[in-house]
Design a protein around this ligand. Structure first.
Ligand SMILES: *Cc1c(COP(=O)(O)O)cnc(C)c1O
Length: 428
């Protein structure tokens, strides 16, 4: 796909030629487990990674590959891997980099499930995460040690819609010789392209804006292809003979595609966190309208945030698109097309008023999700961030008096009217 095409063209065409077998214009759902080898020599070349082709759908599948290529193009990456969920994508991004005793330095402002995944579950692999305020670069540097293998943050961060200073974070990562991994779920590549700001890897929950309508659970890892995996000796799975793949030196053999091929040939092969072709098809459909949806999400979010900020029943609104936000000056640099559609606001009356507000909203759906065409609401402290202590909730931007909204693409007047009547009920 010509590099020169603009975003709106790439979101429809990248990764998808008319089907070579039938001429089908839309990407078919290749609902097949295995692919027939031409002969034994062909099979050997595929298994040796000397020729790129399809073997078995746990590794690669043409529908999933079309989606991966499209997201790689939109993010400006060298390659991408389709995964079974956003959380699978996070494990897949870390897998080639990590080993027992290794750690990652991560932002405190993350999706609640990610805080649990990194804070608890990855310890079973002998990995650990150090949670740091990512606005404090000195604290990040202090947390990095010889066992650190990556920095991890969200571009537009949960739940408050804070903007991470990706350029500054990439410099810290570069100095330490480790990759910066950015979860770009809440921004989508239309609003933010982390690789342009120095990120090495980008992860997505395709469940959210990429698909856009709440039908799919999926994830993507995009590799910039720019990290020198051999420079430090810290990434032996990529730079040294990989015992899990008959001693292949992935970086030497595959250059900028080393991470992508390792993730398929070893990661998907052995962890099996594979995206299914039907899910990939839905996400391909969703991405065709990504820019149109994101523009409307941003327009509505700005209107709703401005209205809420003026309302006396609301203490404050965290939307970075508002001039009152401490993150406002980062919008033009990091996500120039807008600050997304995810933010929190503080309801007068605290925890109880938040619960009443959520119970009285009619147009909004009360769900643990974001990035749907529909407006969504959640009271993080009683749901997604429930497992955290109150101190962790506050550090994560999910204090008990905060409600998180994901503003949809309905008519903004209807969204505001719904909030108006529910705020009245919350104060009653
Ligand atoms: C939803 C989400 C995830 C996890 O994705 P799943 O597809 O639910 O596994 C990770 N990060 C962010 C920012 C998310 O919104």
């Amino acid at each position: 796909m010509a590099e020169s095409y603009h975003f709106d063209t790439l979101q429809i065409h990248a990764g998808a030629e008319p089907d070579p077998a039938t001429g089908a214009r839309q990407v078919p759902i290749y609902q097949t487990t295995a692919f027939v080898f031409k002969d034994a020599a062909h099979a050997a070349r595929l298994f040796n990674l000397e020729e790129v082709g399809y073997i078995y759908s746990r590794l690669t599948n043409p529908t999933v590959a079309a989606l991966a290529a499209r997201v790689a193009a939109l993010e400006g990456g060298a390659g991408a891997i389709g995964c079974s969920s956003g959380h699978a994508a996070q494990i897949m991004a870390l897998f080639p980099l990590m080993g027992p005793g290794r750690n990652i330095v991560v932002s405190t402002r993350l999706y609640g499930g990610t805080i649990t995944q990194f804070g608890q579950s990855i310890r079973r692999f002998g990995w650990s995460a150090r949670f740091v305020d990512f606005d404090d670069l000195a604290a990040i540097e202090a947390a990095i040690d010889d066992d650190t293998r990556a920095l991890f943050c969200e571009s537009i961060a949960n739940p408050g819609g804070y903007i991470s200073d990706l350029d500054a974070l990439a410099k810290v990562a570069d100095k330490a010789g480790v990759p910066l991994i950015v979860d770009n779920t809440s921004a989508s590549p239309y609003l933010c392209r982390p690789i342009d700001h120095g990120a090495t890897l980008v992860v997505h929950s395709a469940t959210k804006y990429l698909t856009g309508n709440g039908t799919v659970t999926g994830g993507i890892v995009v590799d910039s292809g720019r990290f020198d995996w051999s420079a430090s000796g810290k990434f032996p799975s990529l730079s040294e003979p990989e015992p899990a793949y008959h001693g292949l030196k992935f970086h030497a053999a595959l250059g900028p595609m080393a991470f992508t091929f390792h993730s398929i040939a070893v990661g998907l092969r052995d962890l099996g966190m594979t995206m299914n072709p039907q899910g990939a098809h839905y996400t391909l459909m969703g991405i065709e309208t990504l820019s149109l949806r994101m523009a409307r999400h941003v327009e509505n979010a700005r209107k709703v945030a401005e209205w809420l900020e003026k309302d006396p029943r609301v203490d404050f609104v965290t939307y970075a698109g508002l001039p009152s936000s401490p993150y406002h000056d980062r919008v033009a640099r990091i996500c120039p097309r807008g600050a997304g559609a995810l933010f929190t606001f503080a309801v007068k009356g605290g925890y109880d008023a938040c619960v009443r507000l959520v119970d009285n909203l009619k147009l909004f759906s009360h769900v643990a999700n974001l990035g749907d065409t529909r407006s969504l609401v959640i009271h993080s402290a009683s749901t997604t961030h429930r497992q955290l202590s109150e101190a962790q909730q506050v550090a994560a931007g999910a204090a008990p008096n905060l409600v998180r909204v994901s503003i949809g693409i309905e008519d903004a007047r209807d969204i505001i009217a719904d909030l108006d009547q529910a705020l009245a009920a919350a104060q009653a």
